[in-house]
Design a protein around this ligand. Structure first.
Ligand code: PBG
Length: 323
């Protein structure tokens, strides 16, 4: 059939029909809200480059988890900012560390909220890099030991899912072996398998206080022009035992989400990062875009690309809009 018999606009006229025929849909159960917990803080502090997002004191984080849960959002991902940092990683793996305590208190009160923990060293080490350093170089293999200990300490505190984001080679193997040896063989690993050295992480580093004191992360995070490399990263992490994976950032890498999903068919999440939040927030504060329309459109585009779920700072807003 051809025009004039065929008219594609016919299915666009009635809003009910339009809705019925949607190929992809964003739902509250797709969302994971990041939560920044700062040791020693009282109350909450707004992140200046992410208006509407906060660092929370441990007490406030618990209340915020309750609000997130009440909106029907199934999961949070925790980022801890310790009161003191060191060069060893001991602070990151302490039984009473900021993240470990938060996991226990949140799981204790909201057992039905899924608690994911970011596993990385940058927030905990004084130099702000994701692994240990020697002569200004990032030392891959010794970092694995620390990362595995940190992951185990989160599992012991009761984390439901561990999400390594450091981009060291072999970290999934190291974490999996450590967990299995300690009877956490059922704790899943959500690997940030495909993580680019992106300019879009700027606001996060204010929130997590993790800006590197020298250099940048391009010796371990991926180079933005590459997508075949993303398939290799995903493949190795899956072979090492990652249960599901993240692609990050989201909007500039929709093609990568699509390729990873098509190639491996594993559960894939998109991480709509801090800079993506900041851009939309800033434009909407200027009155330049319709925030709700743009947020819903960008997030459904991640689903369309193949994401099964989305880590996003817009989770609460989206949950309210979709109600
Ligand atoms: C930790 C980590 C980062 C993000 C998530 N985990 C920052 C980084 O790599 O510097 C970024 C998230 C965001 O920008 O929202 N390594």
């Amino acid at each position: 059939m051809k025009f004039p018999g065929l008219r594609l606009r016919r299915l666009r006229e009635n809003p009910l029909l339009r809705h019925l025929l949607e190929e992809h849909r964003l739902a509250v159960h797709d969302l994971i809200q990041p939560l920044f917990i700062k040791e020693g803080l009282t109350g909450r502090r707004e992140i200046s480059s992410m208006p509407g997002q906060y660092q929370f004191s441990p007490n406030e984080a618990l209340s915020e988890a309750g609000r997130i849960h009440a909106l029907g959002i199934p999961a949070i991902i925790l980022f801890g900012v310790p009161g003191k940092k060191d060069f060893t990683g001991k602070i990151a793996m302490a039984k009473n560390g900021v993240v470990q305590k938060a996991i226990r208190s949140i799981k204790n009160k909201y057992s039905k909220l899924l608690v994911v923990t970011d596993v990385c060293l940058c927030e905990h080490l004084s130099h702000g890099h994701c692994g240990h350093i020697k002569n200004k170089k990032i030392m891959n293999d010794i970092s694995l030991k620390t990362l595995a200990e940190v992951a185990l300490s989160y599992a012991r505190a009761g984390a439901d899912v561990l999400a390594p984001s450091d981009m060291m080679d072999g970290r999934v193997t190291a974490i999996r072996q450590k967990l299995d040896k300690n009877n956490f063989e059922h704790t899943p690993i959500l690997s940030y398998a495909v993580k680019y050295a992106s300019g879009f992480y700027g606001p996060f580093r204010e929130a997590a206080e993790s800006t590197p004191t020298f250099g940048d992360r391009s010796s371990y995070q991926m180079n933005p022009p590459n997508s075949n490399e993303a398939l290799r990263e995903a493949k190795t992490d899956l072979e090492e035992g990652a249960d599901f994976i993240l692609v990050k950032p989201a909007l500039s890498y929709l093609d990568v989400i699509c390729r990873v999903k098509e190639r491996f068919g594993c559960p894939v999440g998109a991480y709509a990062v801090s800079g993506e939040y900041a851009m939309m927030k800033a434009a909407s504060m200027k009155g330049w875009i319709d925030l709700k329309k743009v947020v819903l459109e960008t997030h459904v585009s991640m689903k369309r690309a193949g994401a099964d779920f989305i880590v996003t700072y817009w989770s609460k807003e989206i949950a309210k809009w979709l109600r």
